[in-house]
Design a binder for this molecule. Structure first.
Ligand code: VG1
Ligand code: CO
Length: 561
């Protein structure tokens, strides 16, 4: 059937500004007439001349409103002269899978439908993010351009009669305005699983998990938190590594994540923590977020590995992973608030070390330029240059490769690491959904302290521990590759012993303001302490300096990691 597209009038919506990783709003907002259409049209307009005849990947974590959004994208893409869409079956693709598909199929980019770790369902969040040709989240210049367009949009193009199923794998061809428009629905897992098989030695991982004549089986527990990783965990752990039904939980993606917060940390993944504590046979537990780019690793008895330490340990053991043996290792990177443990590994191995603002988009250029192999964020993100997103399952396979190679437990690996390098104690306090007004006032107050210079040399004494401020700034970054400049990325207070405090406002929430407070403090010898106890004094300094309680009325954080 020959289909025709039409032009529809619309008016701008306020606040369609992409944050740290795409546009995230309540589902109800996305459901408003023209809301999603406007944003999608603006993304396509920002692609300019490259759009006509292009191919885009589309998929996401399957949260509520995904299917409606995909239908809108199909109709708008067809009307805007896109030649082909590659869509994950039932709309399902993890964020790392989208990244690998864009790269593998060498297409223009992809549209990812997710609000990541934010809760889903009709009363919660939805999100749309654009990823570029390299498979990574669009840089700020691009998302700023999209935002500018959303402020003035007057019309969008759509092919309203185009009905396209995406439940079954297969290719469908349509005639739209006299042109061919193709939708290829693909298996959500094949490309990604093949990529993992290229990177890791699945034979070795299988014998680790199943055991050998000389080695007991290694027991794992994967918790997909009802998010998208379930379909990948099923393929990789159940079908490839034969880890057994008991080794996986919550692996059916639900559009409301079973009403949990699909965020792999000690608070929201408490069920996993409890299960691992209950069953002392489990030697490694892992949880993932809604869209599969985050990971939390715990060892036996729920021994917690901070993401900052996880990054450092992987950096120090890349020889256990065939991909790096084959491709070699260039630099390492972390986001600024991430604990500095990996810096020490970089120094010891004589690798370049980069410190970038929060958000995975800042790693892409360095990887494309061949200067960065491995990077991570304290927010449970770890990944390498195999794709341009963080990758939860990759991180677990990396850990299993290390465990297999070193024949040590997760905890032993950490103890050994700290003995060698010392330990960066790290914690993050999140104050979720504060009143924006109070949060902004707190930031203004801190900025004033930076401006008048009164912090420098200032002394704080808490429980006999003395802190003297060495430096304080609002972090800014010039990309070493394209020289783009990004400012106001978090207020840093650095003390004379190099311990650090950081304050920043989240850019992924959908309502109110979330304040993040990060603390990092290094000990060369005293490495076996409890992080929360060790960091109590510096946190107390943070609360004094920022007057956080006074500005927000919050006595306690919502989440402590
Ligand atoms: C948070 C994390 C950041 C991460 C981002 C996207 O951003 O702090 O490190 O890159 O989420 O992760 P913010 O601005 O809320 O601090 V994901 O898994 O939510 O796409
Ligand atoms: Co995510």
């Amino acid at each position: 059937m020959a289909l025709v597209s039409e032009i529809r009038s619309t008016t701008p919506f306020e606040g369609q500004k992409p944050g740290t990783s795409g546009l995230r709003k309540k589902v109800k907002e996305f459901m408003e007439k023209h809301y999603t259409e406007n944003f999608v049209q603006c993304i396509l307009d920002s692609l300019g001349d490259k759009l006509e005849g292009s191919t885009l990947v589309v998929g996401g974590d399957g949260r509520y409103f995904s299917k409606q959004a995909i239908n809108i994208i199909i109709r708008i893409a067809a009307a805007n002269k896109v030649a082909k869409l590659i869509i994950g079956q039932i709309g399902i693709l993890s964020t790392p899978a989208v990244s690998s598909l864009i790269r593998n199929h060498k297409v223009l980019g992809g549209i990812v439908l997710t609000a990541s770790h934010n809760p889903g369902g009709i009363h919660n969040d939805f999100g749309i993010k654009y990823n570029c040709e390299n498979g990574g989240p669009a840089p700020t210049q691009f998302t700023d351009d999209v935002y500018e367009r959303t402020k003035t949009i007057k019309e969008y193009r759509i092919c309203p009669e185009l009905d396209c199923e995406f439940h079954e794998v297969g290719t469908q061809t349509f005639q739209v305005d006299g042109r061919q428009f193709v939708v290829e629905v693909i298996d959500s897992t094949v490309d990604y699983v093949n990529l993992m098989k290229d990177i890791f030695d699945f034979g070795k991982l299988r014998s680790l998990i199943q055991g050998t004549e000389t080695r007991e089986p290694f027991n794992v527990l994967m918790d997909s938190m009802n998010g998208v990783t379930g379909v990948y965990v099923r393929k990789i752990f159940l079908e490839e590594l034969h880890s057994g039904q008991d080794s996986c939980r919550r692996i059916i993606p639900l559009d409301n994540f079973g009403e949990i917060h699909p965020d792999p940390n000690l608070t929201y993944a408490k069920e996993l923590v409890d299960k691992v504590k209950e069953n002392q046979k489990i030697q490694l537990g892992a949880a993932f977020d809604g869209d599969g780019d985050r990971n939390m690793i715990i060892g036996q008895n729920a021994f917690f590995v901070t993401p900052s330490d996880s990054l450092a340990v992987i950096a120090n053991n890349l020889n256990c992973i065939p991909y790096f043996e084959k491709n070699g290792v260039c630099g390492f990177a972390r986001s600024m608030p991430t604990g500095a443990a990996v810096d020490r590994v970089a120094a010891a191995l004589n690798k370049e070390m980069f410190i970038v603002p929060t958000g995975w988009k800042f790693f892409g250029n360095l990887m494309d330029a061949g200067r960065l192999s491995l990077c991570g964020e304290e927010s449970f993100g770890t990944g390498s240059d195999h794709i341009r997103e963080k990758d939860g399952i990759w991180a677990v396979l990396a850990w299993l490769s290390i465990v297999e190679h070193k024949k040590m437990s997760v905890e032993e690996i950490l103890q050994e690491h700290w003995k060698l390098y010392g330990r960066n104690y790290f914690t993050r306090y999140d104050y979720e959904e504060c009143e924006s007004d109070g949060a902004n006032k707190m930031v203004e107050h801190l900025e004033k302290l930076l401006e008048d210079g009164s912090l420098i040399k200032k002394e704080f004494v808490v429980d006999g521990k003395k802190f003297v401020v060495k430096a304080a700034d609002n972090f800014s970054y010039t990309d070493p590759i394209d020289k783009s400049f990004t400012k106001n990325q978090g207020i840093r207070i650095i003390f004379e012993d190099d311990s650090r405090l950081i304050f920043r406002l989240s850019g992924t929430g959908s309502s109110g303001a979330t304040i993040r407070l990060y603390a990092d403090s290094y000990e060369r010898e005293n490495v076996t302490g409890d992080a929360q106890t060790m960091l109590k004094p510096i946190i107390s300094v943070a609360l004094q300096v920022s007057k956080l309680e006074e500005f927000t009325g919050r006595k306690e954080p919502t989440v402590i990691t």
